[in-house]
Every structure is written in C-alpha cells, then in structure tokens.
Design a protein around this ligand. Structure first.
Ligand code: HGY
Ligand code: MN
Ligand code: MN
Length: 415
C-alpha cells in the first residue's frame, strides 16, 4: 500500500528550518543551545504537537515525541536524529532523519495505521561536536557511554560549562536522570543522508547500514614563545603554529600509511595566538579527528600521531598538552533489522545496498541501547558539512517511505 507521504510539505519544512541559522542562508549553522538552535527546536516541537505527538524533554535537551501504541506493555520502537549543525553546514544532515521521521509518522496516521508498540521520535542534543568538542553528547548520556559527572565538567572555548548552557536553555533535572533504562526501546532506526559518494555512484536509492565507523578526537594545546616578527631572528624561535602545522602533516601521514583505505585523519581545527601578522605565534590549538572501520588500525594511527606530536614538540621546545576527547568503538547494526529493511526495499521495488557509515551518528550510541540500524539516502556528489549539501525530494521521499514501512513493521501496527 502506497502511504500518503506529503513530500511538498516535508520539503517546505526542511527549507523553513534551514532559514533558522546563525549564518546567512543557504549556510546553515545551529550550534548547541545557540539562539538559532533553540528556535529550531521550538519549530520542530510545534510540528510534533500539530501531528498529535506527546512531547517530553530530558535534562540535557534530548526531546522525545511519542505516538502512543495500543499495547502499553510493549517497549516503543524509536527513530530520530539531530537538528544541530556545524558552522557552514547544509540543510539535510540530521534534519532528514527528524522531519522525515515526522512525515513517516503523519503518513502512517493518515493511512489509518494504529501501532501496537508506541513509536517515539527522538531529537538528540548536540550530535555535532562544535560546542564542547565532543559529538553525540545527548546519545552518549542516553546510552551511559558518558558518565554524567564527566559531562558536567564540559566547558566550551570561552569556559562556559554545559551546566550553564543547559540551564540557560531551560533544561531542568539532573544529568544522571538522562540515561535510558535497558530494554527501553525494541529498536532504533535512523534515516540520514549518506554524506558520501557510494549511493550516487552505484545509482541505488537506499543504503542499509551494517556498521558505523569508529571515531576518535584528540585535543592539543601547544605553548611556545611569542615575539616580534621582525626582531626575533629565526634561530631559536619556538613558534607554536609551526609545531601545529607539522603535527597536522603527521596526521595526514599516519592516516595514509595504515594500509587500511578506511582510515581518515583530519586536523579540523588549527588556531594560533595572538593571530597578528607581525607576531610569532606563542600558542596553537588543534582538534584532530581520526576514524576507521577497524579499531586496530585506528588505534595504531592514533598512537603514531601522539608519538609524532611529542617528538615534534620536544625538538621545537614547545610545551604540549594533549588529551583524547573520545575513542569510540564502531557499532555493528542489528542484522535482523538490516534484513527486514532490505526485504521492504525489495517489496517496494526500491533499489538498496548494505553498507558502512563513515560518518558517526547518534545510532553509534543507540546501538549500545537496543537493536539499531540506519537508512541512508544519496548525497549529491557526496557533499556534506557544506552549504551545497543536497538530496532531492524524490530521494527523501523514498527514504521516508522505507522508514515508514519499517516503523509500521516494528511497531506491529494494524491497519
Ligand atoms: O562528524 C560526523 O561524522 C557527524 O556528521 N557528526
Ligand atoms: Mn554532521
Ligand atoms: Mn548527522
């Protein structure tokens, strides 16, 4: 049965949400608890209420929109994603999995489905690492991967704490109340853009995720000696930015020599102080993102980068402070869910393939809570985390249709 998915309405909501940004459209930026993030949250909450869903929010700002089932004894099936966005982002990352899931629920309601299990849409707090340097803050706390006492110590670049930010955003309750009970959900399925080139290259409409790559993040603070760019001669300089630059090249070397094509290393942040053209940089700050689908090669590359950083700073007489912000295992998705979704695709004559996710998602942590998988739709030229990120309404509609059928099957709904 073809569900009444209203793709024009959904595209309109995606476009409206994209206008709520700290940047200038088409640039989307919505950093955790910024004024734009709070407005985006309010918009999504209203849409969920209009769809007749019951809302609740936890102490760190994860919010849940629930379609009650007929059998309250059964744990719900969950879906969802995030609406926060890194600086200079696009309008589909995360949003397709939130507004697309809402559209799937509205279509099921309109088609007269009545779920036995409740269906719960989760909008996760801070999937992106921008505010505190740690991604998936909300799902780390929900899954228990991040202890609440550690989360309470998080501070942003200006030294403002998570406690201050969340209180300012109106979150109430203690962080130790966020963690989900075991067996709280029967399954979690996240709809998301692929953020890579595979589906576009193979011409397949849907990707079903079997594994999510293992992310890690290093934070380095380098302290050298500043000085006048004209009067400080080259011998004996202790230029923190140059040490940082060498370390960034060491990241590239480590990531390209593991022998694994899946190792990716990025020095996404390299800032120096004082940031004056005629002043030798006395301090540098780096955040390094390193991932692989194999923990062994990821960890070997991480150790190599740490050793290189120590050697470079020793040789350049730079003080090095280095910490691992996160070193996460990969997630293996639930085979039964993956099989069910590929069968649904076949029944609906929508092409699909099994694949890995090189990006991380809240599913990486929900997989530690309940059986989990992801449904991918193609990304134009693999673009993501940039304003020209794009998926067509037809591609989104197919993703929503497969998600809706999957939720209906998991929720044991009756027409
Ligand atoms: O960085 C990631 O993989 C995700 O998009 N936050
Ligand atoms: Mn992202
Ligand atoms: Mn995302």
């Amino acid at each position: 049965m073809k569900l009444p998915i209203n793709i024009a309405r959904l595209q309109g909501e995606i476009d409206t949400l994209a206008l709520i940004t700290e940047g200038q459209p088409p640039v989307v930026t919505r950093v955790l608890f910024s004024e734009a993030d709070l407005r985006g949250r309010a918009l999504v909450k209203n849409l969920c209420r209009e769809a007749g869903l019951v809302l609740r929010e936890d102490a760190v700002g994860n919010f849940f929109a629930r379609w009650e089932g007929t059998d309250k004894s059964l744990p719900p099936v969950a879906t969802g994603s995030h609406i926060d966005a890194i600086p200079n982002a696009g309008k589909y990352d995360g949003v397709v999995g939130v507004l697309g899931a809402l559209e799937a629920i509205r279509a099921l309601k309109q088609a007269g489905f009545q779920p036995s299990r409740a269906i719960e849409l989760i909008i996760f707090t801070s999937e992106e690492p921008t505010r505190f340097g740690l991604g998936c803050l909300g799902s780390r706390l929900l899954s228990g991967v991040l202890p609440p006492e550690k989360a309470a110590l998080l501070k942003d670049r200006e030294g403002k704490s998570l406690e201050t930010w969340r209180k300012q955003a109106g979150c109430s309750g203690r962080l130790n109340s966020v963690r989900l009970r075991p067996d709280c959900y029967s399954a979690f399925i996240e709809l998301h853009i692929e953020q890579g080139l595979v589906l576009e290259k193979t011409g397949q409409a849907i990707g079903v995720v079997e594994k999510i790559a293992a992310p890690s993040t290093l934070r380095l603070q380098l302290t050298g000696v500043g000085g006048h760019a004209g009067a400080t001669l080259m011998p004996g300089r202790r230029d923190a930015l140059l040490a940082g630059a060498e370390i960034a090249l060491a990241v590239e070397k480590a990531a390209t020599t593991t022998g694994s094509p899946d190792t990716v290393g990025t020095t996404g942040i390299l800032r120096s102080e004082p940031g004056a053209v005629n002043s030798v940089p006395c301090r540098a700050y780096l955040e390094i993102d390193l991932r692989d689908t194999l923990v062994k090669t990821r960890d070997a590359a991480l150790r190599e980068i740490e050793q290189a950083a120590r050697a470079i700073c020793r040789r350049r007489r730079i003080k090095l402070e280095m910490e691992r912000l996160n070193v996460d295992p990969p997630a293996i998705c639930e085979a039964a869910l993956v099989n069910a979704i590929t069968t649904i695709c076949r029944t609906q004559k929508i092409s699909c393939r099994r694949m890995i996710s090189r990006a991380y998602h809240d599913s990486l942590f929900m997989a530690q809570v309940c059986p989990t998988t992801m449904i991918f739709i193609p990304s134009y030229k693999g673009y993501s985390h940039r304003p020209d990120e794009y998926s067509s309404p037809q591609q989104i509609e197919k993703g929503v249709a497969i998600l809706a059928a999957t939720l209906a099957q998991c929720a044991g709904s009756r027409a």
